[in-house]
Design a protein around this ligand. Sequence first.
Ligand code: LMR
Length: 333
Amino acid sequence: MRNLILAAASVAALALTGPVSAQSPIIIKFSHVVAPNTPKGLASEKFKELAEKYTGGKVKVEVYPNSQLYKDKEELEALQLGAVQMLAPSNAKFGPIGVKEFEVFDLPYILPDLATLRKVTDGPLGAKLLKLLDAKGMTGLAYWDNGFKVMSANKKLIKPEDYKGLKFRIQSSKVLEAQMRSLGSIPQVMAFSEVYQALQTGVVDGQENSWSNIYTQKMHEVQKYFTVTNHGYIGYIVVVNKKFWDGLPADIRTQLDKAMKEATAYGNGQSAKENDDALAEVKKSGKSEIITLTPEQDAAMRKAMEPVYKDVASRVGQPLIDEFLKETRGATN
Ligand code: LMR
């Protein structure tokens, strides 16, 4: 795979540095792993529309959804090598390339709602986290929302004990690994594009995701029970290859920044509705049961996952966790 990525990267480099006629547009390949009708799919299409409009066609954005080009970890490598220019991987996927700090977003129940999330991402902490990407050959441009995660399996998941011994697909985040272990289940890292089949064939018993991802991947057709835990959050870091970005003419970069800002506002303004709509579709399909927890059951889940904060403190960094908590829970907590 690496050879393939390298070959694609050298073609991309040629396209950028070779003799270009005045008319040749600058191509931005934007690769992602989800369906077009998801928060990320729609935001990337909006960015394409605005980027092409504001640069008067000098930039062409090619959006490749559904892991058409690359699967989870491969896409970050492809970006670093310059085979694609732009991505929006979830916060949970930066660990394997050495940026484990974004896993702080994966801590169970760390974000009570999207407004609190926005406080973090729009503030100094959000900016500081994006800066960490420079050393990895990428520039962080924006935070895009998906939404809160629910749990699913073919058995009812109500109490922490119900998770015991079940195999759960997770994204490549050590925090998510610790989270599933805190419930006594067996975490299994797997690319997003492989989840449906793994659930269907019983390679894994369950998974966690947002409603928009669940619905567009048809997970509700192969999982009998969904529990509305809202225990964690999936959001995205929009990243661009740094060398490519820094090498753009300044006026073009300014227009692209503007397009990104507006696409971000658009996408984040409607992600909650997209997840609500997806939930409504899952309900309408009648294929699975949706379980809501009582306050007592919710409290038991929170308690069971509490040890995760200590388990991952040395990996994610206790000072970062404290800083995050100060933003999300207030200085008094
Ligand atoms: C997942 O792998 O479950 C998600 O990160 C997919 C995505 O990009 O929303």
